[in-house]
Design a protein around this ligand. Structure first.
Ligand code: PLP
Length: 391
């Protein structure tokens, strides 16, 4: 059987071609053009926030956030170990030092350990948190796979220790609280800064691209200014700050405007498909489908199966290869960032859950256009391969 079910592919069933053609016909292909503002407006409306700046990538959005948060060489930024490395690399761009804080069972940052680190390992004088000599300026919280981090706790801790909160919402566009103190608040609009990504595998895509928001509209304007080479004057080349070439192009934005129109439908399909998988994996002993935080509505961007390591000893590589042979593309959760060469020797704080999950989580096909019959096939093949490896 020569079938192939991909992990996560883009879906262009809407106005994508129409809008991109229009941008090209009008000649607005670069960082000017109406689609950029249109995308920013539609995102702001969707996220119930005042202002959003479109930029080149999620990584650029995160970098701009750190710059704006005042992260300088030698400062400390608290970061997660179990996520995509782009969440942490911008800390190095600023010549700052990451300190890795463990995750919890949501795969997102463990707020208790975050607080414990601030309380027990740092000093707090004059509203400045210090780890050894270094000022601890910010915390980067990732909403992993579309699952909301425990923002209620994170916000309180950050307030207490005067930390800027940078939400990496690159995987969580459309995830929001349905209950509690943050009811109605969307991932990325809760902390000081929120970063989104429109890379090809995300819930919507512009090929490559991203967006950044902040809790005050003026701050977003400044982020937009930094993203456009910090140009201060329409006629003369006046630049009062060091800027970046991080602005989104109009072609990307044209794609983005069409994708934003489809986003609510994409989320509904991801949620419905998750429920179908849930039923199929019900009671399966060798793997457990990971859930999403209570009191939130998740975009359910990516699905995860926790492999029962008491019963399945095969390596992730063996499992992935086995499924590949049956036409099912899967992947393992990321390798720990603190174990990657550029980060070896950096400080880690009580990492227990992150290494535990690093060897156990398998992600499997979650594209919006996957068919019911394919979902059944995927679940069946995963079960079969894991059974074949079970002891
Ligand atoms: C995709 C992703 C990024 C980076 O986004 P790009 O647009 O690819 O730069 C950052 N953090 C996480 C968690 C991501 O999944």
């Amino acid at each position: 059987m020569s079938r192939f079910i991909p992990l996560s592919i883009p879906n262009f069933e809407g106005n994508e071609k129409k809008y991109v053609n229009e941008a090209m016909e009008q000649g607005w292909v670069s960082t000017g053009g109406a689609y950029i503002a249109k995308l920013e407006e539609s995102m702001a409306k969707f996220l119930h926030t005042d202002n959003v700046a479109a930029c080149q990538s999620g990584t650029a959005a995160l970098h701009l956030s750190l710059v704006e948060a005042g992260v300088k060489p030698g400062d400390v930024v608290l970061v997660p170990p179990l996520t995509f490395i782009a969440a942490v690399n911008p800390v190095k761009y600023q010549f700052a030092t990451p300190v890795f804080i463990d995750c919890d069972d949501s795969f997102c940052m463990n707020p208790f350990k975050l607080e414990e680190f601030c309380k027990n390992e740092c000093s707090f004088d004059n509203r400045v948190l210090r780890y050894k000599e270094a000022a601890v300026k910010a915390v980067v919280v990732v909403h992993v796979f579309g699952n909301m981090a425990d923002m209620v706790s994170v916000i309180d801790i950050a307030k207490k220790y005067n930390l800027k909160v940078i939400e990496d919402a690159t995987e969580a566009l459309g995830t929001y609280y349905t209950e509690g103190r943050l009811k109605g608040k969307y991932a990325g609009t809760i902390g000081d800064f929120g970063a989104y990504s429109f890379n090809g595998n995300k819930i919507i895509t512009t090929g490559g691209g991203g967006a950044v928001t902040a809790n005050r509209s003026e701050v977003v304007n400044h982020l937009r200014y930094l993203s456009t080479q910090a140009k201060d004057d329409p006629h003369y080349y006046i630049h009062n700050e060091v800027g970046y070439n991080y602005r989104m192009t109009n072609i990307q934005a044209a794609l983005g405007v069409a994708q934003m129109e489809e986003l609510p439908g994409f989320i509904r399909r991801k949620q419905a498909n998750y429920d179908k998988y849930k039923e199929l994996f019900e009671g399966f002993e060798l793997g457990k489908l990971a859930g999403f935080r209570e009191g939130t509505s998740s975009n359910k961007w990516f699905y995860s199966l926790e492999i029962n390591r008491n019963k399945v000893k095969a390596s992730m590589c063996e499992i992935i290869t086995g499924l590949e042979k049956r036409g099912v593309q899967t992947r393992a959760i990321w390798g720990l960032i603190n174990e990657q060469i550029p980060y070896k020797g950096e400080i880690t704080y009580k990492l227990e859950k992150a290494p535990y999950y690093a060897g156990r989580i398998l992600n499997f096909p979650s594209s919006t256009q996957i068919k019911d019959e394919e979902i059944k096939y995927v679940a069946g093949q995963i079960k079969d391969v894991l059974l074949g490896f079970s002891i």
